[in-house]
Design a protein around this ligand. Sequence first.
Ligand code: FUC
Length: 357
Amino acid sequence: MDIYVKEVVNGWKEFTLTNNIIEISILNFGGIITKICTPDQHGNTENIVWTFNNYYDYEKNPLYLGALIGRVSGRIPDGRFKINQQAYQLEQNEGTSHLHGGSDGFHQILWDTQIKKTESTAELQLTTKDIASSGGYPGCLNVSITYRLTKENEFSIHYRAVPDTATILSLTNHTYFNLSGNMKNSIYQHHVTIPSSTILELDNSLLPTGRLLDVTDTAFDFRSGALLRKGLKSLPDIKQLALADGYDHYFVFENKRSYVDVYEQTSGRTLSIETNQPGMVMYTANQGSQGYALTDGPLPAHYGVCFETANTPLALYQDKLPSMIIQAGALYDKTTTFQFGTRQPFSSANKNRTSNQ
Ligand code: FUC
């Protein structure tokens, strides 16, 4: 296991964790994952995430490439919510909505860092004290995020936070994956399995209507696995996909621990995601890279897919969804683990897992 540190623009540091098979690079600015390089089924190592060609584009990062998202991922309508009858107004940074923690969210923080290396793990710990009123959220928050790569090709993100006043929290990471390698192909050949029988219906502003939809016999039924091509090809005919130009929907998980599996047919790469979050937004990069140059050029729509494991802002208004309120002094503790592999294992350390529950 190894960790390399390089100084890039603005005095930012880029940390590269490696187990000699996989390389993952992360900035101290925004906790941004800038690169994940893994071998395909023939052993060719390529980048499987979106990377800006110019480090300065991470400064504003309107697409939230690879970034940590907090305090709350997703859209809060009108930026308003209540805790114990007390009303709070958050910054409205997308129309009248509050999106992805606001313009000063976790993606804009210069995090304190600590690295740790053992025989079997390489770790980068990011910490900060997020102050009261950043984006309009209540109270101060001590946050610690640990990125850890293991010998077994598992990469986990461990989110811990303790507020001094009751607040709302739903943290995630916004990496755009494309397992074809170096963005060679669209995401059509990604075969995705999601253990969810319910999604949240969206309105034209991409806000949840409050209705939960049963996925049975729809383009949202990934319970037995489906190619992304299937839904994306027939996009204009499916109202829920047409209004977002693709998938941008929250899938509700049914178990305390859930697994999402991805297999990319052209490269043979696999990605298994394990999480104790209550659900996930699958966002299929529906506007492409919006003219921004990535290392592989500007990309059209559907050349990347984000798996944003998190809670949903709808939980602020509906009791049947798990609450996102964290009381003063309580610990927010969530982990999402990404395991990289190929159908034909490139390493004997690669685990085989067939069960999804
Ligand atoms: C995702 C989406 C949004 C948005 C953003 C860049 O999380 O839910 O619609 O466009 O990322």
